[in-house]
Design a protein around this ligand. Structure first.
Ligand SMILES: NC(=O)c1ccc[n+]([C@@H]2O[C@H](COP(=O)([O-])OP(=O)(O)OC[C@H]3O[C@@H](n4cnc5c(N)ncnc54)[C@H](OP(=O)(O)O)[C@@H]3O)[C@@H](O)[C@H]2O)c1
Length: 275
């Protein structure tokens, strides 16, 4: 099999595979329960195929704990690029929550710590920058999932030193294309994309429709790959993080990191096919 395509994190030039994994809802399962073994296969497959980015948050119930336990069982901690978040207000509460994430992930270093939905970002950025200096955190980021936050994110990254932003962008929600993706590139900020399938809703829009022949020209075998390749064909995107609890869907999603990406004309056809 071909290697998954990678793109550089602008602030260090470290290379990241362009498709990763989100854990919202999908990894919030009962510890040691039946679903945990299915998720173990998901993480094992992710790493065996050469992907690495796993995104979580203390907001996602048991997800951090499940990723931590499974990555220890599978002994894949070194292969993963673990991204999580701080989602609370106040310095002391933030520190307490992030310390808990280190324990749950069973790690001394977290690759990327992001301020979730910009919540009390000024306070947490101070802690995160200190921890980055100490080597506890490798990269610092900000996240949001709504277009309405893009302007604020743009303003923060033009004034502060931020390694990553994580934002919403999909064939159906294209606001990020207008300015933010370009500004992020100009400011050397890496970009993770959340909600690439609009929480799965995009699949309902194409229910019963076969994947168009023309999409095969840019190496898509499924609608999932069409949606992901639409996002990845923007050169300012670093990595997209679809959430899934299924190996079959993970393999489908990782397929978007192979082969050709759509041209501008082909992107337009994707938009038209969804309208
Ligand atoms: N503010 C924030 O920081 C923020 C907000 C939202 C999301 N996020 C992050 O971004 C990640 C992705 O967003 P999301 O999980 O909300 O939505 P999403 O990735 O757009 O969609 C996830 C849904 O799509 C389904 N799916 C995945 N791959 C599929 C495939 N190949 N074919 C068919 N169905 C497929 C999944 O179900 P199955 O389990 O059945 O595959 C799941 O229901 C989250 O998990 C989270 O890590 C962050």
């Amino acid at each position: 099999m071909q290697d998954l395509q990678k793109r550089p994190i602008p602030s260090t030039k470290e290379m990241l595979p362009i498709v990763g994994l989100g854990t919202w809802e999908t990894f919030d399962v009962t510890p040691k329960g039946e679903e945990q073994s299915q998720l173990k296969d998901v993480l094992k497959t992710l790493v065996s195929k050469g992907a690495s980015v796993v995104d979580s948050s203390p907001m996602y119930g048991n997800a951090e704990r499940i990723v931590g336990e499974l990555s220890q069982e599978l002994d894949i901690n070194k292969q993963l690029f673990v991204a999580t978040k701080v989602w609370t207000s106040g310095q002391a509460e933030g520190i307490k929550q992030m310390e808990r994430s280190f324990l749950l992930f069973k790690r001394k270093t977290i690759d990327l710590l992001q301020v979730h939905n910009l919540m009390d970002w000024q306070t947490h950025l101070k802690t995160l920058n200190d921890w980055k200096e100490q080597g506890r955190v490798r990269y610092v980021g900000l996240t949001h999932y709504l277009d309405s936050a893009h302007e604020t994110i743009e303003s923060i990254i033009t004034k502060h030193s931020i390694d990553f932003i994580q934002i919403n962008y999909s064939v159906n929600s294209r606001n990020a294309e207008k300015r933010l993706l370009k500004v992020a590139a100009d400011k050397n900020v890496a970009v993770l994309i959340n909600r690439p399938f609009e929480e799965g809703a995009l699949f309902n829009r194409v229910k019963g429709k076969p994947v168009p022949e023309w999409a095969k020209a840019f190496d898509c075998e499924s609608w999932g790959q069409v949606f992901l390749k639409f996002i990845l064909s923007n050169p300012h995107v670093t990595c997209v993080i679809p959430g899934t609890s299924k190996v079959k869907h993970l393999l489908d999603n990782l397929g978007a990191a192979l082969g050709r990406l759509p041209s501008e004309k082909e992107r337009q056809r994707i938009v038209e096919a969804l309208s």
